[in-house]
Design a protein around this ligand. Structure first.
Ligand SMILES: NC(=O)c1ccc[n+]([C@@H]2O[C@H](COP(=O)([O-])OP(=O)(O)OC[C@H]3O[C@@H](n4cnc5c(N)ncnc54)[C@H](OP(=O)(O)O)[C@@H]3O)[C@@H](O)[C@H]2O)c1
Length: 290
């Protein structure tokens, strides 16, 4: 099997490339430098077509949720138009495509886990652009594999875990929202799920996150507790829960974005770890500065 990964310098792209290398799988890792998804569609399709990979995994995305509100054209170009261009190239040579998507396609007004067939209702530009990306891919490749995940963190790249560790090392008090509910998800576990689906030649839309449910406050508290248990010296003394209305952001976020894993569970080689177990594993492995 030959796998091409876009966004190979991102959190998930980097982790997937590490896993594919460990598994001895022929991998083409393309960073933004080698494949710019804001560029012309012809250049994108030409690059994808040149490699003729069995699977193209699109991990590249415009992921700055708040900034997207002031750059809707760029977010749409990268997350939707380019995803369609990749799909066209894959369709031309008869390959398979795995499009990575997000819980932000949902509106967050449910109180039970979102299933794959639930109605989408993105709240902001980032979510709309990712949802348009799903449609662009499905239009060209009805058999494409689409995996929605959420609250992504890993050793590599920028994420909430690293931000909390940095701030807890600098400040005595932190306030974190406690009325947005989801599931923190480790890149290692997501990459393992992606590979399992590719190996089984899966098609259609799937949800994957770690198990369990948390607010951002719960997540921050766990980061601090787990880091301290591993011997990290943090000056933080007070972690305070606050409502979303006290932390205004340019983009609205879903209040509830827990994803149902019922559909994907039978395809996975092992039970999905609880988010806290994986957080501990990630912190034990250590973070890189990237
Ligand atoms: N992060 C989350 O919490 C989260 C949640 C749900 C779903 N997802 C989805 O999961 C996937 C992976 O996200 P991630 O967390 O790994 O994000 P990430 O760390 O921001 O990585 C995204 C990668 O895409 C690249 N990229 C951005 N604009 C590009 C362009 N114009 N051309 C080519 N590459 C470009 C970035 O390059 P640079 O490094 O040069 O910026 C980065 O390497 C995405 O589809 C995202 O929508 C993420």
């Amino acid at each position: 099997m030959k796998v091409l990964v876009t966004g190979a310098a991102g959190q998930l792209g980097h982790e997937l490339c590490l896993l594919l290398a460990e598994e001895g799988i022929d991998t083409v890792a393309l960073t933004r430098h080698e494949l710019d998804l804001s560029g012309p569609g012809d250049a994108i399709t030409a690059t994808i077509a040149r490699h003729r990979a069995d699977w193209v995994v699109n991990c590249a995305a415009y992921t700055q949720v708040d900034k997207a509100e002031s750059e809707p054209g760029l977010a749409h170009a990268v997350n939707a138009v380019a995803a369609g261009a990749i799909a066209r190239a894959v369709q031309d040579y008869g390959g398979r495509m795995l499009q990575v998507s997000t819980d932000f396609v949902f509106g967050g007004d449910q109180s039970n886990p979102y299933r794959e067939e639930d109605a989408v209702k993105p709240l902001g530009t980032y979510g709309s652009s990712k949802e348009a990306g799903e449609r662009a891919v499905r239009e060209v490749l009805p058999e494409a594999l689409i995996l929605r995940t959420a609250w992504v963190y890993g050793e590599h790249g920028h994420n909430f875990v690293k931000t909390i560790l940095r701030l807890a090392g600098e400040r005595e008090e932190l306030k974190v929202v406690d009325d947005q509910i989801g599931t923190p998800s480790w890149t290692r576990d997501i990459a393992t799920a992606l590979l399992a689906l590719m190996r089984q030649d899966a098609s259609g839309t799937y949800h994957f996150t770690n198990e369990g449910v948390a607010s951002w406050y719960d997540f921050a508290l766990a980061v601090v507790e787990e880091a301290r248990a591993l011997g990290q010296d943090l000056c933080l003394q007070r972690l305070l829960p606050i409502p979303t209305r006290d932390y205004p952001t340019p983009a609205r976020r879903p209040a509830y974005s827990v994803l149902s894993k019922e559909k994907i569970r039978p395809l996975l080689p092992a039970p999905i770890p609880h988010w806290r177990t994986s957080l501990r594993a990630m912190l034990t492995a250590g973070t890189d500065p990237g």
